[in-house]
Design a protein around this ligand. Structure first.
Ligand code: GTP
Ligand code: MG
Length: 135
């Protein structure tokens, strides 16, 4: 079993897609290990997206992610990291396949509903950041 970190972004909550997104993961067979809802602090958002600090879209990204409640969760399955990334779909909307979460519900590069950790090591770091109580 592998754990991964997933977060439904503020646009997913505002568009009432929380249930739809969780249903897809449950139908696929993931265990939900932890889940909560919160509006991220500036500090939490900056730590989460530290890797993008020097990108031109960084400030807009941090203000988007702190703009309302998000739903972070820890999901578990064999190969969970890669499974989740495949179910989320590509970053560029023109490359995102129908059947993926982004491919079925988004056309925007920033407001793309959901984040998924990109490697097992990143997943563990993000789980520690968002769920310090799980330690
Ligand atoms: P995450 O799972 O959210 O990390 O998405 P990703 O791994 O597919 O993309 P990446 O880590 O490269 O970028 C993180 C987030 O920054 C994206 O999901 C978008 O919300 C935002 N983002 C990335 N590239 C751009 C861009 O060129 N323009 C804008 N406005 N936002 C971007
Ligand atoms: Mg990423």
């Amino acid at each position: 079993m592998e754990r991964t970190f997933v977060m439904i972004k503020p646009d997913g909550v505002k568009r009432r897609l929380v249930g739809e997104i969780i249903r897809r993961f449950e139908d696929r067979g993931f265990n939900i290990v932890a889940m909560k809802m919160l509006t991220p602090s500036l500090e939490l958002a900056e730590q989460h997206y530290a890797i993008h600090r020097d990108k031109p879209f960084y400030e807009g990204l941090v203000s988007f992610i702190t703009s309302g409640p998000v739903v972070p969760m820890v999901l578990e399955a064999p190969d969970a990291v890669r499974l989740v990334r495949n179910m989320i779909g590509a970053l560029n909307p023109a490359d995102t396949l129908p059947g993926t979460i982004r491919g079925d519900f988004t056309v925007d590069t920033q407001q793309n509903l959901i984040h998924g950790a990109d490697a097992p090591e990143t997943a563990e770091m993000e789980i520690a950041l968002w769920f310090p109580e799980l330690k």
